[in-house]
Design a protein around this ligand. Structure first.
Ligand SMILES: *Cc1c(COP(=O)(O)O)cnc(C)c1O
Length: 429
């Protein structure tokens, strides 16, 4: 911005408060955000001159390789000089085609077709549309409801909201207005046959009106950071097959190694009919998500009365985002991400152990590069954030949860620092 005078931090904060909407925030804003000037590796540099914070959030779980990465920068720069965008209707290009091929190669066997979307929520909208249209094309338009389990989160647009946890979540306000879906109880952490039976019964009972079951496999993220046995994924697969219901895995949070497997579905060796990915897809550089499906779903839709999937965002397949996504996935495949995630898992397990003895702490859990401390009360977000910042770490606690999902490149020393900050936030929040 060469012709504009630079804003001072107080000016910037004042304009921000007056004009800029922040996630899940009121207008004008109440809490004062930190101003970030730049980011490199796992560190965010603050504009007020107070120094750097280790990022324990990977910018909402996306920046798995850290910031300002030379390989991702080069991919963006190279693509920028060719073209940053062209429309995807009637045109195609190498970054999108390569990305689709990479996703098909990496994802569970059987997922063969890729719809590139511009955000996770949109990829879930597309997944729902695919499932409803599949049954409509097969002459069964009555199958148009979704089933999910409680405690989930699938995004903030309309249909994703309808399959988020209907109580206590961010979308409770809309419970009368949203499409009414079918909810199973939240999955227990360990395998319980009675819960598996509950899933089978509910799917069987509603089979005639069900288009699909949609779940976050193994880890429920923004709905409560809960983990569950991968064995439930096989139960869902079998029940869906037995009752002519499609199965959708939302791997937007879990995809690309976060849980210790490349996809959470791999823990159970289950292939869903439709799968959503996003967040870490571009290594946190640009917004992009994808909906993958099997040949059965694509063929079903394409043989219908309306043989097309009527969806086509303006920025579909954006070459810049696709080029960075290709570079990010190649980077992931080329490094020992499994060892990195295991190392972080060990560091978080050791570092968060002291939290279990703190007053007000209900549970401490770690899976892959995810560490969670659950309190027995709603957190004081401002106090918890201050405590983490004092330890030199950026965290964004919510509800009764302090958690971290660090970049995979975080050093042992920085993982230990993040864990100390989580404990401090839990103590003071
Ligand atoms: C973040 C998230 C979404 C929504 O993605 P956006 O890019 O924020 O629209 C959907 N599902 C899951 C599991 C997520 O974690």
């Amino acid at each position: 911005m060469p012709d504009l005078p630079r804003l001072s931090v107080p000016e910037l904060l004042e304009l921000d408060r007056r004009h800029v909407w922040h996630p899940y925030g009121p207008m004008p804003g109440r809490a004062e955000p930190l101003v970030v000037e730049s980011a490199s590796g796992v560190r965010l540099r603050l504009a007020d001159g107070s120094g750097e914070l280790v990022d324990g959030m990977s910018s909402w779980w996306s920046a798995i390789h850290g910031y300002n990465h030379p390989v991702l920068n080069e991919a963006a720069r190279g693509q920028l000089e060719r073209m940053s965008h062209v429309m995807f209707g009637g045109l195609t290009h190498e970054p999108a085609v390569r990305l689709a091929k990479l996703l098909v190669d990496m994802s569970p066997e059987g997922l063969e077709h890729v719809f590139l979307a511009d955000s996770g929520s949109v990829s879930v909208e597309v997944a729902v549309k695919m499932c409803l249209q599949y049954w409509r094309s097969l002459g069964r338009p009555g199958k148009r409801r979704m089933l999910t389990w409680r405690g989930g989160y699938h995004g903030d647009t309309w249909h994703p909201m309808s399959v988020c946890d209907p109580e206590g979540g961010m979308h409770e306000l809309w419970s009368g207005a949203l499409p009414r879906q079918i909810f199973a109880d939240a999955p227990p952490a360990g395998y319980e046959e009675s819960y598996a039976e509950h899933l089978r019964e509910l799917i069987g009972e509603h089979a005639d009106e069900l288009a699909a079951v949609i779940v976050e496999p193994v880890v429920q993220g923004a709905g409560g950071m809960r983990f569950h046995s991968p064995a439930y994924l096989r139960v869902l697969r079998e029940a869906c097959d037995a009752h002519d219901v499609l199965l959708v895995f939302d791997e937007i949070a879990t995809g690309f190694g976060r849980t210790g497997a490349l996809f959470a579905a791999d823990h159970a060796a289950v292939t869903p009919d439709v799968m959503c990915v996003g967040k870490a897809l571009t290594g946190g550089y640009l917004t992009m998500a994808a909906t993958l499906c099997t040949a059965r779903v694509a063929t079903g839709i394409s043989r219908g009365e309306v043989p097309v999937l009527a969806h086509g965002p303006t920025f579909m397949g954006n070459p810049l985002a696709a080029a960075v996504a290709c570079a990010s996935l190649e980077l992931l495949r080329g490094r020992d991400w499994q060892a990195e995630v295991k190392r972080i898992e060990a560091g978080l397990t050791a570092g968060l152990a002291p939290a279990a003895g703190l007053p007000g702490v209900r549970d401490v859990r770690v899976l892959g590069a995810i560490g969670v401390v659950q309190l027995d009360h709603e957190i004081d977000m401002a106090a918890a954030t201050r405590a983490a910042v004092r330890e030199g770490v950026w965290l964004r606690p919510f509800r009764d949860l302090v958690y971290t999902m660090p970049p995979y490149v975080t050093s042992d020393e920085d993982v230990a620092r993040i864990a100390r900050a989580v404990c401090a936030a839990a103590r003071e929040g």
